[in-house]
Each structure stands twice: as structure tokens, then as C-alpha cells.
Design a protein around this ligand. Structure first.
Ligand SMILES: Cc1cc2nc3c(=O)[nH]c(=O)nc-3n(C[C@H](O)[C@H](O)[C@H](O)COP(=O)(O)O)c2cc1C
Length: 166
């Protein structure tokens, strides 16, 4: 087998949903022999982590029709420091939303396009269907089926890295 591959998962989460999705993706990826997974909160992640990664997962809530401010801050701090140094590396995105999620996914896609990353999956969007302010601010519990989708995405990304198919 070749050298170990590194998968970086960067996430932010306010009420826990995105964190559970990112942890499920980590579990799926970590089960693949030959792949080392790093799960980092967006505030803890920076350009060196991106440069060290063979593949990436970006995970965010959709807040106010946008990726969360902390994930945006990670991209703002990292964008120019890695530009043209990560061309072609595979990535996927996870979005936890109340009812939509598409704009957060689109924003990540635009940044990833700037980095010349290669999208290897459709954005995985999970809707928690919280409507009232109380429900929106309450802790979230992502269902088993949705967590399984996140786990499978992590596993597929890790397997693709290890096999060199991306
Ligand atoms: C300030 C704020 C704005 C939000 N705006 C949106 C939105 O534009 N679209 C949407 O689908 N959900 C929206 N939501 C709902 C969150 O995406 C949803 O609660 C999600 O589960 C949060 O993920 P988290 O548990 O990882 O924080 C918003 C929530 C908050 C707190």
C-alpha cells in the first residue's frame, strides 16, 4: 500500500447538527485503512491544515442563507495562503439547514472552485425542520438515516483517496 492519505474535515456548528454530521463522516472515513482523518472546528483550522490534506470535507449550518460566519472566517484566513497549491484535490460538503441549505452549499462550491478543488459528491444537505425561534435555537439530533449518509460519504471519500481514483 502507498503512503497514508490525509482527510481534513472542517466544521462549525451552533446547535450540534453539523457537528454530528461531521463526526459521522469522520467515523466513516476513519474506518478506511490507509486514511488519517482530522476533524477540526473552523476556528482551529487554517491554511497549514488545508495544505497538509489530500482531501477535504467542509461542514456548516446554513445561517441567514449563508455558510456560518466561522466557516467563512476559516476560508477568509486560508484562501490566498493556499491558492494554486491544492489544485485538483477532492472535496465534499455537508450542510445542516432548517429548510433550505442550498445557498450555503453554493457558497462553498464557489470557494472550492477558486481553489480548483474537485467536487466528488453533491452537497449533502440535512434539514432539521426547525421553524420557531425556540426550535431553531434548541440542540439538534440528526436522525440515523441522515447520519448514515454522512458516514457513507466520509467512507467513500477516504476509499477514493486511498485507491487514488480521484
Ligand atoms: C441565525 C440563524 C439563521 C438561520 N437561517 C437559516 C436559513 O437561511 N436557511 C435554513 O435552511 N436554515 C436556517 N437556520 C436554521 C439552521 O440552519 C438549523 O437550525 C441547523 O440545524 C443549524 O445547524 P447546527 O445545529 O449545526 O447549528 C438558521 C438558524 C439560525 C440560528
Amino acid at each position: 500500500m502507498g503512503a497514508l492519505k490525509a482527510l481534513l474535515i472542517v466544521y462549525h456548528s451552533m446547535t450540534g447538527g453539523t457537528r454530528q454530521m461531521a463526526e459521522a463522516a469522520r467515523a466513516g472515513a476513519a474506518a478506511e485503512a490507509g486514511c488519517v482523518v482530522r476533524l477540526l472546528h473552523a476556528a482551529q483550522a487554517g491554511p497549514q491544515d488545508v495544505l497538509a490534506a489530500d482531501g477535504m470535507v467542509f461542514a456548516t449550518p446554513e445561517n441567514l442563507a449563508a455558510m456560518s460566519g466561522q466557516l467563512k472566517d476559516f476560508f477568509d484566513r486560508s484562501y490566498y495562503a493556499v491558492l494554486d497549491q491544492v489544485n485538483g484535490r477532492p472535496y465534499a460538503s455537508l450542510v445542516c439547514a432548517g429548510s433550505d441549505g442550498s445557498n450555503a452549499a453554493r457558497q462553498i462550491e464557489r470557494i472550492a472552485t477558486g481553489w480548483r478543488l474537485r467536487s466528488v459528491a453533491e452537497p449533502l444537505i440535512v434539514c432539521t425542520h426547525a421553524q420557531t425561534p425556540e426550535a431553531i435555537l434548541a440542540p439538534k439530533q440528526i436522525g440515523a438515516e441522515d447520519l448514515e449518509r454522512c458516514r457513507a460519504l466520509g467512507a467513500a471519500l477516504a476509499a477514493g483517496l486511498v485507491l487514488g481514483v480521484f
